[in-house]
Design a protein around this ligand. Structure first.
Ligand SMILES: Cc1cc2nc3c(=O)[nH]c(=O)nc-3n(C[C@H](O)[C@H](O)[C@H](O)COP(=O)(O)OP(=O)(O)OC[C@H]3O[C@@H](n4cnc5c(N)ncnc54)[C@H](O)[C@@H]3O)c2cc1C
Length: 468
């Protein structure tokens, strides 16, 4: 009943406030409920489905008139309230085209809402690929860039591959931001949490399509700690999967190969069985049924996951998980720690886990350790100016203590200078902690933000609590 009244009220507000805009009628939705991939719900006043830059300009003009805030959203995969709003929520799915491929420069210009999986396929058809990518490819390109999405290896985050950003600011004015036109703005526009305006399109630097030889092998923590530098330097791409309960670690390696992908039926079948949505679903159900993982289970699982070298195109093997199902209780926090503190950080995490485990708290998924080369390209990048290892911890909201656990995780890691949480995952950052972690970068970012968004249209509670 309450829901219906809300719908009627919101419908009349929209009709009243937008009756002078003919396009508004066709691009707004009657539905007023949104939820993220991990089940956070919110109720925007209106959800818009624009099809053109002009549509978005009208949304911006109308938001100024009616004093509404705007949040754009892509695939809704951020594991927090980044996209939540009680103002205008704007879906970017229609902006899904490749605008230009420049073979000479090796660049691609794409609209913001294209999903990574579609982008990667189109690039491959043109013999191109991104140098690196995250573990899944469901995200929209603009969403992935806005939060500093990363993979693992000796490269930066996806935001580092940006050549230029085409943006509508808070007055609806169109800008092309590049290193030539405005290098300071580009440093902000590479990773912006949706706070600078509407990213209409981006141009990305690509590399020629390449094949990687991939293997997975179980190691002990002792071996990893002793030989980390060697493993990291020796392999083109390297990451670790572990659980604090076990002494075993699964190492993933990928190395560039000049040979063709292996076309082995059994390997392909094993990959499909391990990484598909049914296994994913069964895994989640198992975790709900039996949240406490045992040492034996992990050791057997890692043995089963071992894989001898096989070759595959980079865009397929670097993002092996296909179509992960939406999971409402899923919580994940990931912190980028300067690489030199890796061993000490892992020891801290094991001690923290053991303390909470006594109180029936469990980390359900695997802890991943992924390596990112530091750069000074994006002001708000967690890996700004420091080679980092991103450590992620996964739990479920069924464990009451999860907020307290993650608060302690953040506090523990804060002793390593500039250990910065991923913006697109759960975190309890505040203005004070963000100011300490980003210092002058935050001041510079907010100064650019004040120029591009003078009415502070592109904000919400998540942003206010962290950036002001
Ligand atoms: C299962 C899963 C696996 C993941 N794996 C990885 C991983 O391997 N590596 C990693 O780093 N992260 C990973 N993430 C996090 C994810 O990559 C980021 O949260 C990313 O932002 C999600 O992209 P999206 O399209 O869903 O963006 P959304 O969540 O929809 O939006 C993210 C931000 O982008 C802004 N935005 C989106 N489009 C626009 C636009 N056109 N203009 C302006 N602002 C815009 C939004 O306002 C918001 O602030 C994972 C998340 C999940 C759920």
């Amino acid at each position: 009943m309450k829901k219906n009244i809300y719908k009627i009220l919101s419908f009349s507000i929209v009709t009243f406030s937008t009756n002078s805009f003919c396009t508004f009628e066709s691009i707004r939705s009657e539905s007023t409920e949104c939820h993220t991939w991990s089940g956070n719900t919110f109720k925007p006043a209106t959800i818009f489905y624009p099809n053109s830059i002009e549509d978005v300009q009208e949304i911006i003009r109308n938001a100024i008139k009616t004093d509404k805030k705007i949040r754009f959203f892509g695939s809704r995969h951020s594991l927090n309230d980044l996209i939540a709003t009680n103002g205008y929520a704007v879906n970017t799915d229609s902006f899904n085209k490749i605008l230009e491929i420049n073979q000479k420069m090796g660049t691609v210009r794409v609209e913001c809402g294209i999903k990574l999986k579609q982008l990667f396929k189109e690039l491959a058809k043109n013999n191109l690929a991104l140098l690196n990518q995250g573990f899944i490819k469901e995200q929209s390109i603009a969403g992935a860039l806005a939060t500093g999405t990363h993979g693992s290896g000796k490269t930066g985050t996806l935001s580092d591959f940006i050549v230029s950003v085409e943006l509508l600011d808070g007055l609806g004015k169109y800008h092309v931001i590049s290193a030539d036109s405005n290098p300071q703005w580009l440093q902000a526009a590479r990773l912006h949490l949706g706070t600078l305006g509407f990213v209409y399109a981006v141009t990305l630097q690509c590399v020629p399509l390449f094949v990687l030889s991939h293997a997975r092998k179980a190691h002990t923590w002792h071996d990893i700690f002793e030989n980390l530098e060697q493993y990291y330097l020796k392999n083109d791409y390297f990451m670790l999967m572990a659980h604090p309960i076990s002494d075993n670690v699964l190492a993933f390696t990928w190395n560039v190969s000049q040979e063709k992908p292996t076309n082995n039926f059994f390997i392909n079948l094993t990959q499909k069985l391990l990484m598909n949505e049914i296994t994913n679903y069964l895994g989640i159900k198992f975790i709900h049924w039996q949240p406490g993982l045992t040492n034996d289970f992990i050791d057997h699982f890692f043995k089963a996951m071992e894989q001898t070298e096989y070759r595959e195109y980079s865009y397929k093997t670097l993002s092996p998980i296909k179509d992960p199902l939406e999971e409402t209780d899923y919580i994940e926090e990931e912190i980028a720690i300067p690489m030199q503190y890796f061993r000490s950080a892992i020891e801290d995490i094991v001690a923290l886990y053991n303390k909470y485990k006594k109180h029936n708290f469990e980390l359900v998924g695997f802890m991943t350790c992924r390596f990112v080369k530091g750069s000074r390209k994006a002001l708000l990048s967690p890996a700004y100016d420091q080679d980092s290892v991103y450590i992620s911890l996964v739990t479920l909201s069924i464990f009451d203590q999860y907020q307290q656990f993650y608060a302690e995780f953040e506090k523990l890691m804060s002793k390593y200078q500039h250990a910065r949480p991923h913006w697109g995952k759960f975190n309890q950052l505040t203005q004070t902690t963000v100011a300490a972690l980003y210092q002058n970068n935050l001041t510079q970012f907010n100064a650019i933000r004040a120029i591009l968004d003078p009415y502070k249209l592109f904000t919400n509670n998540y942003v206010e609590q962290r950036l002001g």
